[in-house]
Every structure is written in C-alpha cells, then in structure tokens.
Design a binder for this molecule. Structure first.
Ligand code: PLP
Length: 399
C-alpha cells in the first residue's frame, strides 16, 4: 500500500469529500477505485517477521479475522465521517449491537435501555444477555427521570435507538448522555435510522455508536455489514480483545460494497429524506390513516427535539391504518411499485408490517409496551420519483 499523503487534510473536508475519499489507500498499481483484498491470510518473509507482527512490533496484517486492508478503508472512512477516533467493521448490525454490549459486560452488570427497540436488539437485551447474568431495566426513552432512577451501582451501559424502529420515538441525546456521563456509564447509540448523515451522536456525548451497514450504507440491498464507532481506547481495550476471538468479522467483499456505498450515501439519504417528508405530509392529510409518525411532522410529539439533533427527518415513515392487521395486509397486497420487505434504507421503497415481521418474535405484550399496533405499517422511502411513490401509496390506501 502507498502512503495516504493526500488525506492529510481529511478532518477539515466536508461530508461528501470524506465519503468519497476518506481512508483511501492505493496500491502500487494506482487504481482509481478502492482495491478489494479478497484474502483471509497473509505471508511473512521470515519467522521473525511473523513473530514481530503477532507481538504488535511490526505494522501489518496477520489474519482475516484480525483485519484486512479493504475493511480498514471502510473503517477509516466511517470514523472520519463521524469525527470519531476509531471504527470497527463487523459482519452485521446485530454483530455491532451485541459486540458493543458484550465486549464490556460481565455477569452481575446492569444495562439501562430505551424500551422502543428493533426486535433483535430487544431480544439481545431481554433474553440473551440475561443468560450470562447481565441484567437490564427498560425505560421510556423520553422519561429522563426514569433513566436516572434506573441506574444502580452495577449499571455499566445505556443503550438507545433514536429514532426507534418502527415507532420513530425521538430521545433527547444530550440529556440522556449527561445523565449517563454523571453516573460514569458508557452510552451506546443505535444510529441506524438517523444515519451518520443526519445525526452525529458523538456531538451530544455518546461514547459508542452502532450501525447496520446493511441499510443506508449499502443502500442497494446487496450485503450484510455493521460497524462500531468509538474512541481508540475503547477499540483497543474492549472491542479488539472481544471481537478478534469471537469472530464476527466482516467479509472484505461486503466491506468493499459498503465502502463504495458510502460514496453516494449523503446524496441518497438526503434525497430519500426529502421524499419521506413529502410522503409523511401526504399521509397526514389522508382520512384513512389513523396516525402518521415522522420526526419532522408537526404532529410528532418530539418534533422540536428531532429538529435540534437531526438535520433532516430521515428516510422512514410509520403509519397506522384503521382496521388492524387485516387492513394493513390489504394495503400491502395492493402495492404495485413499493415492495413488501423488512429491509430498509434501500434505493427501492419498501414496506413492512412490523407486528408480523421485524417485531413478531417479541410477542404481543412487548409490542404493546413499545406502541406497535396491528394496524401499523413502516415505509422505507426509496429513490424512485416522488410522484410514483405517492401514486402507489395512494392507490394502495384507497382500496
Ligand atoms: C435499529 C436496528 N438495529 C439493528 C439492526 C440490525 O442490523 P442487521 O440486520 O444488519 O444485523 C436493524 C435491522 O433492521 C435495525 O433496524
């Protein structure tokens, strides 16, 4: 690899430049696009070199589970965008969520988490971590007194999603981080719905940010991936010792797809957010809709807060139809352009019924506690022409 002399001024670049050029390291061949290093192992010119590498006394890679040059470019690009010291690429968003929690927790520890969570995040906190003796308290993310009251001497982490999947709850990042900091706990933010384009949780005091690269980073429904953004110290002391030995490594190919996806992420997320806001406004004026949830709509209870901590309202719109599951399924069946899919952040508009898909496993009680109803539908707004998206949603609802 050649030296990255041209990235010297990278921290002062704008987001578009960071996303196109951040972390770029060319080989001696001078390729324009980032190289894909599709290898699992590395060779050494002598046993002494191998030993030195393993001792950390010689720069260089030792094994695919420990690192890869393409993965490093992805990690550097994302860290640069976040204004963070470090990033660790992993196999999926859930590998990021579980890794960020498990790397720092042990039996007897306690986690405080917002209750409105993606189904698998809820399972990790309420079902999987307790099997290892790690306890939790779920709080209403908007109730600052509840965050404070839930802290015990054993509390090590706060975990929260904002906006949350699928109810688009917005949590006051600065206030919750202040409470966490005062108690000396690590604050982990799942920033998947907001994306690093629209919200930068580090600015509000978060310690660790988790991402599913599968969503907006790829943005074209191709690969799974994830990332954990943190300080260098957290990466060295917590993430590396845990992740290197437990093995949720991202494939170099997937990291390469995400790296290329990052180049256009700001353009896509901003265009999709403009369309999402238009769809939300339209749905807000439609009689058959019982409720529309979108962070930048006047009707959202936390609109002012959302506007303070997000630069746009995001690519996701959630709404509720009168008539429960049967009516929600009718709407899905009638779609002609928008696909039925539980993925999100894609160039293609996708709609899902959370109660029977992403949040099916958590059961009716947990769904009720999170405010997920049987008539709720979640729309991930894509890059199609807004007229076509609106026409499709209108005709599906009109039926
Ligand atoms: C809020 C949130 N966190 C985590 C994940 C998990 O990401 P992945 O599917 O890449 O594991 C998702 C996926 O939908 C999500 O919506």
């Amino acid at each position: 690899m050649t030296k990255k002399t041209r990235t010297k001024n990278a921290p002062t670049w704008g987001d578009h430049t960071k996303l196109v050029r951040g972390g770029l390291e060319r080989t001696a061949f001078g390729e324009t696009s980032e190289a894909l290093f599709l290898n699992s192992g590395y060779v050494y010119d002598s046993p002494e070199t191998a030993e030195k590498r393993f001792m950390g006394e010689d720069d260089g890679y030792v094994y695919g589970r420990y690192g890869n040059p393409t993965v490093s470019m992805f990690e550097e690009r994302l860290a640069l965008l976040e204004g963070a010291e470090a990033c660790y690429g992993v196999a999926s968003g859930m590998a990021a969520v579980f890794g960020a929690l498990a790397c720092q927790l042990k039996a007897g520890d306690h986690v405080v988490s917002s209750k409105a969570l993606f189904g698998s995040c809820y399972q990790v906190i309420t079902q999987i971590l307790p099997r290892f003796g790690i306890n939790h308290t779920l709080v209403d993310g908007g109730d600052l007194a509840a965050w404070k009251a839930a802290i015990t001497p054993q509390t090590k982490c706060f975990f929260l999603e904002t906006p949350s999947n699928p109810t688009l709850d917005v949590i006051d990042l600065a206030a919750v981080c202040e409470i966490g900091k005062a108690a000396g706990v690590n604050i982990i933010v799942d920033n998947i719905f907001a994306t690093p384009i629209l919200q930068k949780p580090l600015k509000f005091g978060a310690d660790v940010i988790v991402y599913s690269g599968t969503k907006h980073m790829d943005g074209q429904g191709r690969v799974l991936g994830g990332a954990i953004v943190s300080t260098k110290k957290f990466k060295e002391d917590m993430l590396k010792p845990f992740l290197r030995h437990t093995g949720p490594s991202i494939s170099p190919f997937n990291a390469w797809v995400l790296l290329k996806g990052l180049e256009t992420m700001k353009l896509r997320v901003e265009a999709q957010s403009i369309s999402a806001e238009t769809v939300a406004q339209h749905l807000g004026a439609t009689k058959v809709i019982a409720r529309v949830i979108y962070p930048f709509l006047d009707s959202h209870p936390k609109m002012a807060l959302a506007k303070k901590q997000m630069s746009m309202g995001g690519t996701m719109v959630t709404f509720e139809v009168e008539g429960g599951k049967a009516k929600a399924f009718d709407v899905l069946r009638r779609l002609r352009l928008v696909d039925i899919s539980n993925n999100l952040g894609d160039a293609k508009s996708l709609m899902t019924h959370p109660a029977s898909t992403t949040h099916r496993n958590i059961g009716p009680e947990a769904r009720a506690m999170m405010g997920i109803t049987d008539g709720m539908l979640r729309l991930s707004v894509g890059l199609e022409d807004i007229k076509d998206i609106l026409d499709d949603v209108k005709q599906a609802l009109a039926g």
